[in-house]
Write a protein that binds this ligand. Structure first.
Ligand code: ADP
Length: 159
């Protein structure tokens, strides 16, 4: 049992993300969900909005905390005493990308290992970018995100 970091954009948080957090919360002593803040990237939600939604959605798990970070995730792990990076895997495309990333992260800090958690089948097609695309054109996202997130997304697109 160790401390794990679950990094991502969470723009917005989805049922897929929450499923990984829920399952990880019983595997690790502590989980830091780390919201990426990258000035080069365009997000729908501000870091504060993403943190606020995640805090509300994960308040039932006493060992899950939400933070932001704007640099290398291995540096976050080192600074905060975490030895595991958690990643959710939806399919072979995710795996190919995440496997390479895990090698890079391990070469940057060999005290940190990446652990992959396979997605549950019903969440395989859930992706933050697709959710934004769907919502932009008035598509139904209610099966992909918690109600709270659906409301916030709809506000952004003034649906
Ligand atoms: P997205 O790919 O949805 O834009 P993020 O950067 O927010 O994702 O992803 C953070 C982490 O959550 C990554 O490890 C990603 O693989 C994982 N993840 C994203 N969507 C899902 C899902 N539907 N099921 C399981 N894991 C997921």
């Amino acid at each position: 049992m160790s401390k794990a970091v679950f990094p991502g954009s969470f723009d917005p948080p989805t049922l897929g993300h929450l499923n990984i957090i829920e399952r990880a919360s019983s595997l690790f002593t502590e989980i830091d969900v780390v919201v990426a803040v990258n000035p080069e990237k365009k997000y729908l939600f501000t870091p504060e909005e993403r943190v606020e939604m995640l805090r509300e959605l994960t308040k039932i798990y006493s060992n899950v905390k939400i933070h932001t970070w704007n640099s290398l995730i291995v540096d976050y792990a080192k600074k905060n005493g975490a030895d595991v990076l958690l990643r959710g895997i939806r399919n072979a495309t995710d795996f190919a990308y995440e496997f390479d990333l895990s090698l890079i992260n391990h070469s940057l800090n060999n005290k940190v290992d990446t652990i992959f958690i396979p997605c549950e089948q019903k969440y395989v097609t859930i992706k933050s970018s697709s959710i934004k695309e769907l919502a932009r054109f008035g598509g139904d996202i209610s099966q992909m995100v918690p109600e709270l997130v659906a409301r916030e997304v709809q506000k952004k697109f003034k649906i």
